[in-house]
Design a protein around this ligand. Structure first.
Ligand SMILES: Nc1nc2c(c(=O)[nH]1)N[C@H]1C(S)=C(S)[C@@H](COP(=O)(O)OP(=O)(O)OC[C@H]3O[C@@H](n4cnc5c(=O)[nH]c(N)nc54)[C@H](O)[C@@H]3O)O[C@H]1N2
Ligand SMILES: Nc1nc2c(c(=O)[nH]1)N[C@H]1C(S)=C(S)[C@@H](COP(=O)(O)OP(=O)(O)OC[C@H]3O[C@@H](n4cnc5c(=O)[nH]c(N)nc54)[C@H](O)[C@@H]3O)O[C@H]1N2
Ligand code: SF4
Ligand SMILES: [Mo]
Length: 745
């Protein structure tokens, strides 16, 4: 066994620091894992999922050679030169015949790997690809849009310092999203001075720890939150002075909500008045109240509206820009984007928020004879055939394209529909990082060093994109030679001066800057950290934007010096670096217009009026249940582990149903049931549990993968979901309320 090496878990956005020992056959296995105490955010914490990471590194379905699809649909191995040449030629042919904007890009990173997205920008721009998307456009874009309009920035709850914590459609016990979530939840719930409020139809592990559980009926959060806003107004619990100083449009909010019939709205939501009253009083009386809304509402009816109402609740209580409230964090790269929607998708005319086409329209924008339909697709570090609504239609869409290129470590459900599959090094065989950096006041970035050499027959994404740009004839070779020479003779200062001057001379250089940096600055970086090159301009950008925050983190001097010192620290420090230290007093400079937030979002306020009619029933006689398709559980981790053997319990991913419904249908715990929706049907194991309420059933996320050896364990949730059930503003899917039928199998 080796000495302990430092890395990070790649299964959720927390990216906890890990220490691992490698060994086993050829030393290529992860044999022991523990938490890394030196990691600034996780401080030694790990959840049970991390212990299986060897199932990722040495997982089933791994790909080691580039593949090309044959006429008969089977794949043949090809060499890299052929793969790069043919992929570049095929994509260039689509560009030349139909325009580069018909080449759609999907993905760019998952829970642990965001550097591919930074490099793929070069390939996309060289090809003229204009439309892209990622998983964010089936969960977070509604919230991004609301944030963009109200604050002009992305805001998050400051859970580290709050005394009231509110989780809406979020089960951090399983899904995390906060550092050291389980330890945090236990400590918080035991503290008599703190109050945890959970809005969830399910008695989730988090709800069990809550002081106040608002057990809402599925899909009715909009009525609950509208009633809570009305209660704040009717009972004078709102912060009038704070609002007068910091917000615009309060009178319009008052007139939209003050007369809402609270008892009637709470009845729609199934929440008793005294429970709602306790929640409203706790939030109004909080020193700092931090809110976290997640998939339970973001993949549900009214998802964008609910994001808006949630923000109005805490804004009326003045819970912004102070410790424990909502804050905005300094960033290296802003993965939430601007939240602006200035474009519409070419066929469906769907709003593109933060540059992302809603996932639910992608298949429709391909399966059409519209002249602007997408003709080719690059999929990187994502598995949309499994993860997007209506898997069959997504697969059909891919099959109809002129060219599909998939860049992945494994033969996935999506890769099966590719013309070319380009295999890459795993996240433990290359330098990697994520931009999920949302902590405050200290914000961290962790560039991980590889644990293993990559097999000789795979490449990294950085290398693939550099080679594609070269094959497309767009690499400025002479400039690269010059930059390398300048770096060798004059060091990084001279390199920066020449790079900046070159950008001024040729604005086109910006498009290929990531791969130029990789080819020129990359080889000079210590320990072979060439992939880290793309972080250098991000450090520069941060040091220019936020000099004070960077200086407080210890990187001082003028912005150029501070940026270089930070970049060097990121490359050399193996457990992560504090890259910025925020300041509560400086938050208002990032928020709103002239230090004021915008309470009125006209389109959403109009939708509030429609709530008066009450909830339209979502179930019918044929489909009397609401299915939550894709719950986070102990042993779910998107589709990052393809090997079902990592699971220690709930191995088949049971359908959860309450005892009353189970008895009525004659279903036994551990038995089987058939779940049928308008889209599809599947047989599943049953778990009878009164954490579910009557009429509500749940299936987990990440199951039902098709392994190369023909195995499939559990239900693939998106064989049961539909593209049409989606939010009217952001196009986000309603995966948590799929009308379904349940019967004995
Ligand atoms: N173990 C594990 N952790 C993960 C992941 C994983 O696959 N497995 N995936 C990661 C990713 S990509 C994400 S985005 C996050 C998602 O994390 P979460 O959003 O926390 O995960 P979910 O379990 O999908 O849904 C959260 C809660 O919403 C509730 N809910 C369902 N319907 C409603 C409703 O109508 N109203 C309300 N208020 N609540 C409702 C569910 O009961 C559930 O408790 O998890 C991350 N962490
Ligand atoms: N019905 C339903 N559907 C859902 C959800 C739900 O709750 N219900 N949740 C949704 C959510 S929130 C999310 S975030 C999505 C997630 O779905 P996707 O965005 O599709 O991502 P993952 O399942 O995380 O798959 C990651 C892919 O990256 C590959 N990979 C791993 N490491 C590397 C690497 O280093 N390089 C490259 N190039 N590839 C690599 C893996 O093999 C895998 O194919 O699923 C969504 N789908
Ligand atoms: S919380 Fe668990 S799954 Fe998420 S990064 Fe940490 S160890 Fe991995
Ligand atoms: Mo997600």
């Amino acid at each position: 066994m080796s000495e302990w090496k430092t890395s990070a878990c790649i299964l959720c956005e927390c990216n906890c620091g890990i220490k691992v020992q490698t060994g086993g056959e050829d030393g290529r296995e992860i044999v022991r894992i523990r938490g890394d105490e030196a990691h600034p955010a996780s401080q030694g914490y790990l959840c049970q999922k991390a212990s299986g990471l060897n199932h990722y590194q040495n997982g089933t379905d791994r790909l080691l050679h580039p593949l090309r699809r044959r006429e008969d649909g089977s794949f043949e191995e090809i060499d890299w030169d052929t793969a790069i040449r043919e992929v570049a030629a095929k994509l260039a042919a689509v560009r030349d015949a139909h325009g580069g904007d018909k080449i759609f890009y999907y993905g760019g990173g998952g829970q642990g790997n965001h550097l591919p997205g930074a490099y793929s920008g070069a390939t996309r721009k060289v090809l003229g690809s204009a439309f892209r998307s990622s998983a964010l456009a089936q969960e977070k874009t509604g919230e991004f849009w609301v944030n963009g309009q109200m604050f002009g920035a992305h805001v998050r709850g400051d859970f580290e310092h709050c005394d009231v914590a509110v989780f809406i459609g979020k089960n951090p016990w399983h899904s995390h999203g906060l550092p050291r979530a389980r330890a945090w939840l236990r400590d918080f719930s035991k503290d008599p001075g703190k109050t945890m409020i959970v809005i969830d139809p399910v008695v989730s592990e988090t709800a069990k720890l809550a002081d106040i559980h608002l057990r809402v009926k599925p899909g009715t959060d909009a009525w609950l939150l509208a009633a809570m806003i009305a209660m704040l107004l009717q009972q004078d619990l709102y912060r009038a002075e704070w609002l007068a100083e910091h917000a615009r449009g309060f009178e319009e909010i008052r007139s939209a909500f003050a007369d809402i019939p609270v008892a009637e709205y709470l009845a729609h939501a199934g929440v008793p008045l005294e429970t709602a009253q306790a929640a409203v009083e706790a939030i109004a009386g909080a020193g700092g109240a931090a809110f976290f809304e997640d998939l339970g509402t973001q993949m549900n009816r009214h998802s964008t509206l609910v994001s808006y109402l949630e923000k109005l609740v805490w804004l009326l209580c003045g819970q912004l820009a102070k410790p424990g409230a909502q804050i905005t964090t300094p960033y290296l790269t802003n993965i939430a984007g601007s939240g602006r929607a200035t474009r519409f998708s070419p066929v469906a005319g769907a709003r593109i928020i933060s540059g992302l086409v809603p996932c639910n329209v992608i298949a429709d924008e391909i399966l059409t004879d519209h002249p602007d339909r997408y003709r080719a697709m690059i999929v990187e570090a994502s598995n949309p055939v499994h993860s997007l609504a209506d898997s069959r239609r997504m697969a059909e869409a891919l099959d109809s394209l002129d060219c599909v290129v998939v860049i992945d470590i494994a033969m996935t459900e999506t890769a099966r529909h590719a013309d070319y599959v380009l295999p890459v090094a795993t996240q433990y065989e290359k330098w990697e990082a994520t931009f999920f950096n949302f902590e405050f006041p200290d914000n961290y970035f962790h560039l991980r060093k590889p644990l293993f050499d990559a097999p000789a027959t795979v490449l990294t994404e950085a290398e693939i994109h550099a080679r594609l740009v070269e094959a497309l004839g767009a690499m400025p070779e002479a400039l690269c030679e010059e930059l390398s020479a300048v770096l060798a003779s004059g060091g990084r200062d001279a390199y920066r001066d020449r790079f900046m001057a070159a950008l001024g001379e040729d604005p086109q250089l910006a498009a290929v800057a990531p791969v130029v940096l990789y080819r020129t600055l990359g080889p000079s970086l210590p320990e072979g950290a060439d992939i880290g090159a793309v972080l250098w301009p991000l450090c520069l950008d941060l040091a220019m934007r936020e000099p004070a925050a960077v200086a407080r983190a210890g990187f001082t001097g003028n912005p150029l010096q501070a940026a270089d010192a930070l970049f060097d620290a990121i490359i050399s420090e193996h457990s992560g670096v504090v890259f910025a230290r925020g300041d509560y007093d400086a938050l208002w400079s990032q928020l709103g217009q002239d230090g004021q937030v915008q309470l009125v979002v006209p389109e959403l306020l109009a939708e509030v009026g429609e709530l008066a009619a009450g909830p339209e029933p979502l179930t019918t006689e044929d489909y009397p249940f609401l299915l939550m398709a894709g719950e986070r559980r102990d042993y779910s981790a998107n589709t990052i582990y393809r090997d079902a053997g990592w699971r220690r319990k709930d191995r088949e991913g049971a359908l959860r149903i309450c005892s009353q419904d189970a008895a009525r249908l004659g279903l036994d715990d551990g038995g089987e049931a058939r779940v049928t929706t308008r889209q599809g049907s599947a047989v599943t194991r049953v778990e009878v549990t009164d954490r579910m309420q009557p009429g509500h059933v749940s299936l987990p996320n990440g199951f039902g993968l098709d392994n190369v050896d023909g195995r499939r364990v559990g239900v693939a949730p998106n064989e049961l979901t539909s593209l049409d059930a989606r939010d009217r503003f952001a196009g986000t899917p309603w995966h948590k309320i799929v009308p379904a039928q349940v019967a004995p199998a």
